[in-house]
Design a protein around this ligand. Sequence first.
Ligand code: ATP
Ligand code: MG
Ligand code: FE
Length: 347
Amino acid sequence: PLVLGIETSCDETGVGIVRGHTLLADEVASSVDEHARFGGVVPEVASRAHLEAMVPTIRRALKNAGVAASDLDGVAVTAGPGLAGALLVGVSAAKAYAYALGKPLYGVNHLASHICVDQLEHGALPEPTMALLVSGGHSSLLLAPDITADVRPLGSTIDDAAGEAFDKIARVLNLGFPGGPVIDRMAREGDPEAIRFPRGLTGPRDAVYDFSFSGLKTAVARWIEAKRHAGEEVPVADVSASFQEAVVDVLTRKAVRACKDNGVDHLMIGGGVAANSRLRALAAQRCEDAGVRLRVPRPKLCTDNGAMVAALGAEMVARNRPASAWDLSADSSLPVTEPHVPDPAHP
Ligand code: ATP
Ligand code: MG
Ligand code: FE
């Protein structure tokens, strides 16, 4: 199926077009620079930017894909979770566009999209899929027997998301926003074993599939503070590498454990933090040691984009899932257990 997907859950206006598992266009307009001076995404600024970028981004995607809008089999859009005002811009645009074209509308889940996007890179997802979803707002281990209809959380963070921890530590180190990509770069020059930072929730009595990054964040901030207090220079590369190692050590350990415990022989890693080079390397190594096959999409498909929404939409069409109603609304806290929002009249 030929599907156009629209993503506006945060600060990226993404429009992607796919035919089944084939990526035809992936256009992203980001307002990240407008948020940088505030040190985080400002919802009102993001909504305004989506509004301005929407029509040109849709046009660019259609042009680059070389397809006619009339040939689409459906229009998919992120219905949630995300920033309410930002989501609303995408949902309104998708509704108007689908209605005008006479095509079915599919309101889909942003988190399931972060997983489904891997079909564009490595083909059909195995069923069930074991997914480690690590992004700016989420860190979870998910078991998905069917990405269009059945997604089960095994565990998730009890405090900060992994990406949030990267962003906060980058802020303490004055590295700017978003922090993940900068820390990733700085860490390449540092020693991951220079400082032994705590690994949250890895004790014998801790929940095996849950994560915690707030204790780590505090430990790193205190360590930096102590250095500054003593008038010593902060070894930014070593701190970045050691902090990053603490995060990815726990993520990969628990993800491989989840695969083994549940008899799943492959692992998918998705979400913005899956772009992290050390996470990708350590996951590859540990999966190989454990006999688990690793699937991680290329970095551009890990961070927010429209292609991932189109990928999940195409899967909905392929599996004959019901379309959404024309009064579909954005749901800022759409649970991960709901991959899409079917028309309640035709469930
Ligand atoms: P969610 O998907 O939970 O709604 P989001 O959409 O804001 O959150 P994504 O775009 O999926 O998040 O991911 C953004 C996050 O990924 C940011 O916290 C960013 O710092 C982090 N990130 C991006 N690249 C890297 C990297 N190379 N290393 C570590 N973190 C990264
Ligand atoms: Mg972003
Ligand atoms: Fe995201």
